[in-house]
Design a protein around this ligand. Structure first.
Ligand code: NAD
Length: 497
């Protein structure tokens, strides 16, 4: 049983709070650790360290900053399996999936290695006679990053490489359910040569989050989590005058048109629906079967899903791991009960799944509900588990209307061989990330990641140019090198000549 604390000013510290939360291995149900839950003083200690470090890190040359980023990239690349094992032990996702998470985070580190280019401003010569204007991007100060349990490494890496590359300092508040990946990353930063205090980790819950939102020394907040908390973070953070981007929950639909290749569509639905036990914000949770494809499509999806091997993520051969906690596992099972009671047809039932040798793991097998309607709770709510709902509609127009009426707008996909239909879909659908024959359309690091509607509060998406802009503020400088011809008193508003 390990004690999991904070990382402040380059040191592991236990903090002054008595409060703790248990950390479990979801595959066994065993409590493996106890994480400290920061009080206000602990959180302030991390903010203070970031504030002191900002004074020098903001002035570190771009050469110096990128040297540290390149070194961090090298170390992370070499040791990615080590981090993946840390993730599996507390989150439960299978080893290959955890490795995929680290690799997608690494992409953002690689993007941030080009930060000198990304920070370049503009220059206009002779905007007015003898007057030049240029713009520069400067860091904000200490920034907070608050992350969910489902990607304990990748989501933090959506933000901190660019934040640090741009000259900010960071306080990361990971999920209390899987807190160790953040500490692993903190040690790696130190090894890469990042000065102490530039990257800090404070473990905790609402108490720590509220201090990060209210403390005037924190200049910006990047949050990822469920919609109610995202909205709360956005409102409280902006009320305190901060820049906030708060990414929320999702209900991602995959439309299958009658002309689609049903085998490829079924493969994609299973991978996107049950990968990481459905605990991904880009998981497909609703398949929208258009026209006559439904029976055939459901049969192909269920045949594939029935053969998924569920087990301990650290065991070779396991394809899907457990859910994060027993309470969450039970909540997902209750949604399946409610769907069945409301009239959905349970085509594949994961509620009774057991795993040999692990009677106390938080198991729930792949589940498929057919004939789901938009009023059922299994449709309206984000379930965040291995449950695929199938909604049957007659036309493409009905499919798009269904998606556009949904309160979430994170990701969506259409499967078709009709290029015109794909193009029309990308134009008409009210969702931030769209896949055409791609079920999980997570953009690469040089594009930005983010949803619409209740899936994101704020103006900036994560990484890409949005990320660079979020973590910097611009200055426009107007210059003139004086000579006698510029003299004379003139009180009118300056005009260009
Ligand atoms: P969560 O909202 O419960 O927790 C997210 C963070 O907020 C954690 O660090 C947690 O400690 C903190 N928190 C929880 N309750 C709080 C409160 N009352 N006040 C202040 N802070 C609080 O989310 P989760 O269960 O960890 O993660 C799953 C959710 O995250 C899902 O809804 C999923 O869709 C969403 N998610 C979204 C994206 C995206 O890009 N849009 C990505 C990953 C996960």
């Amino acid at each position: 049983m390990q004690s999991i604390g904070h990382w402040i000013d380059g040191k592991a510290v236990g903090g002054t709070s008595e409060a703790t939360a248990p950390v479990t291995d979801p595959a066994t149900g065993a409590v493996t650790g106890e994480v400290a839950l920061a009080n206000v003083a602990d959180t302030r200690a991390a903010i203070d360290a970031a504030t002191v470090a900002f004074a020098t890190w903001r002035d570190a040359s771009l050469t110096r900053r990128t040297q540290v980023l390149f070194r961090f990239r090298e170390l992370l690349s070499e040791r990615r399996t080590e981090l993946a094992a840390v993730i599996t032990a507390e989150h439960g996702k299978v080893a290959a999936d955890a490795l995929g998470e680290v690799t997608r985070g690494l992409e953002v580190v690689e993007f941030a290695c080009g930060v000198p280019h990304l920070l370049k401003g503009g220059f206009t010569e002779n905007a007015s006679t003898d007057v030049d204007i240029y713009s520069i991007r400067q860091p904000l100060g200490p920034v907070a990053i608050i992350t969910p349990f489902n990607f304990p490494a990748m989501v933090a890496m959506w933000f901190f490489p660019l934040a640090i590359g741009a000259g900010n300092t960071v306080v990361l508040k990971p999920s209390e359910k899987d807190p160790s990946a953040a500490l692993w990353l903190a040690r790696l930063w130190q090894e890469a040569g990042l000065p102490d205090g530039v990257f800090n980790v404070v473990q905790g819950d609402k108490v720590a989050v509220d201090e990060l939102l209210d403390n005037p020394d924190v200049k910006a907040v990047s949050f990822v989590g469920s919609t109610p908390i995202a909205k709360y973070v956005y409102q409280r953070g902006t009320a305190a005058g901060k820049r906030v981007q708060a990414l929320g929950g999702a209900k991602n639909h995959m439309v299958v048109l009658p002309d689609a290749d049903l085998d490829l569509a079924a493969d994609a639905a299973v991978n996107a629906g049950f990968g990481s036990a459905g605990e991904r914000c880009m998981a497909i949770s609703v398949v929208v079967a258009v026209g006559a494809v439904a029976d055939d499509l459901v049969a192909r999806i269920s045949a594939r899903a029935a053969s998924i091997v569920t087990g301990d993520g650290a065991t070779p051969g396991a394809e899907m791991g457990p859910l994060i906690t027993r309470a969450h596992r039970d909540r997902v099972a209750e949604y399946i009960d409610a769907g069945e009671t409301a009239g959905a047809r349970v085509v594949l039932d994961g509620r009774t799944l057991t795993v040999d040798g692990a009677p106390n793991g938080f198991w729930l097998g792949p589940t498929i509900l057919d004939e789901v309607t938009p009023t059922m709770s299994v449709y309206t709510d984000e379930i965040f588990g291995p449950v695929l709902s199938v909604v049957r509609v007659d036309t493409y127009a009905e499919a798009v209307a269904l998606i556009n009426a949904n309160r979430y707008g994170n990701g969506t996909a259409i499967f078709t061989n009709d290029g015109g239909a794909g193009r029309r879909f990308q134009h008409e659908v009210e969702v931030g990330m769209v896949g055409i024959n791609v079920a999980i359309p997570v953009p690469m690091a040089y594009f930005s990641f983010g949803g619409w509607k209740n899936s994101l509060f704020g103006d900036s998406h994560a990484h890409g140019t949005d990320g660079v802009h979020f973590f910097t503020r611009t200055k426009a400088v107007t210059t003139r090198w004086l000579d006698p011809s510029h003299g004379g008193v003139e009180l009118g508003f300056p005009q260009n000549t």
